[in-house]
Design a binder for this molecule. Structure first.
Ligand code: SF4
Length: 234
């Protein structure tokens, strides 16, 4: 077998530096490795250049990079948090394990962002790795059988290494989250308002904040949208 490689959409956070914009580490300085390809096609996807080849050219949007090169890039920064995101990174999880091991050896902690439809390899369920699992709701435009894979969700809940982060627009979305959380034992829950502009985020946040608080769930902004708008790779 040759040197392990991953299909990458973009890496960012070295120069200019940035931070994790969502979830439990919101606001923390972070490096990002965004993998190309996704197995879903959410209507509001904010990274369609990882999978929508009707609008983007895969030869332009994706490059093969070796695990050694990616680890060297991330480990050249003093920033402790590396976010591995997508697309859907677990499509390429076979070669994620060596990357994760190299990053941990470099003193990093890692968050893997996933849509929760792929069961994680045991090699990834290790100290220093947390999964930000974002199961999709009906507002994604996908059927339930496309977006909810019970065996995968159970593997994440059993791992003790996952938080569950949902994009919500309305209180109806929160009702849907409540059903999923009860059915699959999903916890802790983080809710993130949908919106790709600061103005839209304020509207959505106000529409759902009270109902999120009532349920004693966590609410996270989308700090990168507030700070940088729709600028790519920030
Ligand atoms: S799972 Fe994520 S990357 Fe894939 S289509 Fe949905 S929002 Fe986009």
């Amino acid at each position: 077998m040759g040197e392990p490689q991953l299909l990458i959409a973009e890496t960012f956070g070295l120069d200019p530096p940035t931070f994790q914009g969502e979830g439990p580490s919101c606001g923390a300085p972070a490096m990002f490795i965004r993998l190309s390809r996704c197995n879903l096609s959410c209507s509001w996807c904010d990274t369609p250049y990882t999978w929508d080849w009707t609008r983007f050219d895969p030869h332009v949007e994706a490059t093969r990079r070796s695990v050694a090169e990616l680890a060297g890039w991330a480990n050249s920064s003093p920033v402790e948090l590396v976010v591995i995101t997508g697309g859907e990174p677990l499509i390429q999880q076979r070669f994620l394990a060596p990357l994760v091991q190299s990053l941990i050896a470099g003193g990093k902690r890692i968050e893997i962002e996933t849509n929760g439809t792929r069961t994680p390899d045991p090699e990834l369920l290790i100290e220093g790795v947390r999964f930000n699992v974002s199961p999709k709701l009906a507002n994604s435009g996908l059927t339930e059988s496309q977006r909810i894979v019970p065996a995968a969700l159970e593997a994440f809940t059993d791992s003790g290494r996952a938080v569950f982060k949902f994009v919500a627009r309305t209180t109806q979305d929160l009702n849907e989250i409540e059903v999923l959380a009860g059915r699959y034992g999903l916890a802790p829950i983080w809710v993130m308002p949908e919106g790709t502009t600061p103005e839209a985020l304020v509207v959505t946040t106000r529409a759902i904040a009270e109902a999120v608080a009532q349920r004693r769930w966590n609410l996270t902004p989308r700090l990168h949208v507030l700070a940088f708008g729709q600028e790519r790779a920030r």
